[in-house]
Write a protein of this length. Structure first.
Length: 396
């Protein structure tokens, strides 16, 4: 029996100042908030930030994926563009999901046969799927002709429901759907209908929230009518928008053991993706309302830890909302709160499972309890990946 090896996690803790911004809105079109520690805080959902990070990684790696329910329709569109008759192209697109498993993927027939579940696939699978249809075009034509004939009763001209049989080879269709990209290996994929297509997510990302009280603030604005009639006021639109400001605590963790498993044991590639993720998570911001707020700030402090067995968030450092400094500003008090919380956790937990830690910051002086101070983010990411590669129990 193989020896038990505890999972290894890379934790990221970021303090990120935001000017007036609307990075994430709820169904009421207002900036998202949460109540924490008895006060209202600004919130940016993990889904919003995760998507921005995913898209950056895909651009950097030139390896794009798509979350979609439109596979049968996209396959049909590509086949029509290649000159296939409309009915045959639609039938072939439907055959992709019908042939993916022995029973076929569940679809929404009242929505033109899109899949019920959202698939997360490499974008280039469309080429493979259309090539597969082209290879089996004679079989598809024959099956469509049989189905059309079976659906019509000549004597009465009525149509009867028949079960569509799989035409395309299920193992090959399933193999295409099971393909992965780097971001699929990082963020995981829920797809229980296709055997072995499910991928456990190696990344966990928390909603970002302000470390202090922060409510949405109104912004009354007008849009001027440049071609107003004489004697008219010239306002084409009047509205009140809302924005938020504040210092965010952002947290994410990467299960390096799970990521290595997703990569079939390629530890070097897992470390490479860890560094890429770190760079993207630090650098990227959601793009909502960027043309009217331009909130392009950088984190004030980035802290990482490498831990064995389980990750540890520092969100509890800000359960009591931070009070601004006497001269204004939340950054310095937040750094103090983060440092004190990290020190308290080190005393409580000990450091036997803490493999390494470090930080980089704009703060002018050293920060206690956060490990090695790095001159910049490149040095921090380099140290992160080196510490992550240390054997269990080795000193950082």
């Amino acid at each position: 029996m193989a020896a038990y090896a505890p999972a290894r996690y890379a934790d990221f803790h970021i303090l990120h100042p935001l000017p007036a911004s609307v990075l994430n809105r709820g169904e009421d079109d207002l900036p998202k908030t949460l109540n924490l520690g008895g006060v209202v805080r600004a919130l940016v959902s993990s889904q919003s930030w995760k998507r921005a990070v995913r898209l950056r990684l895909e651009d950097d790696l030139d390896e794009h994926a798509a979350r979609t329910r439109m596979v049968p329709l996209r396959v049909a569109d590509d086949l029509r563009a290649a000159g296939w008759p409309t009915d045959l192209a639609a039938f072939a697109g439907a055959q992709i999901v019908r042939s993916a498993t022995t029973e076929g993927l569940k679809t929404e027939e009242n929505q033109r046969g899109i899949t019920s579940a959202t698939l997360y696939l490499p974008r280039d699978v469309l080429d493979d799927l259309t090539d597969l249809c082209t290879e089996h075009r004679p079989q598809l034509e024959e099956a469509l002709a049989k189905e059309t004939a079976a659906q019509t009763t000549p004597a009465k001209g009525t149509r009867k429901k028949t079960k569509t049989e799989a035409v395309l080879p299920t193992p090959r269709v399933a193999s295409v759907i099971r393909r992965r990209t780097a971001t699929i290996n990082l963020f995981g994929r829920m797809l229980a209908e296709v055997p072995d297509a499910h991928v456990g997510g190696a990344v966990q990302m928390a909603p970002a929230f302000t470390v202090h009280a922060s409510s949405p603030q109104p912004d009354y604005f007008t849009a001027v009518e440049d071609w107003a009639a004489p004697n008219e006021a010239g306002s084409a639109h009047l509205q009140t928008a809302f924005f938020t400001t504040g210092l965010l605590y952002r947290y994410a963790t990467v299960n390096l053991t799970e990521l290595t498993r997703n990569l079939n044991g390629d530890h070097d590639q897992a470390l490479h993706l860890l560094g890429r993720f770190a760079d993207a998570f630090i650098d990227v911001m959601p793009g909502a309302k960027k043309t009217s707020t331009a909130p392009h700030t950088y984190p004030h402090l980035v802290h990482y830890t490498i831990r064995d067995r389980r990750p540890v968030s520092y969100a509890a450092a800000f359960e009591q909302p931070v009070k601004h400094a006497s001269g204004g500003g939340y950054t310095a008090p937040a750094i103090t709160a983060l440092s004190e919380h990290a020190g308290a956790l080190n005393r409580l937990l000990g450091t036997r499972r803490l493999v390494g830690c470090g930080y980089a910051t704009l703060h002018p002086g050293p920060v206690d309890h956060l490990g090695t101070a790095h001159n910049g983010l490149d040095d921090l990411i380099d140290a992160l990946t080196k510490n992550a590669a240390l054997p269990t129990g080795a000193p950082a």
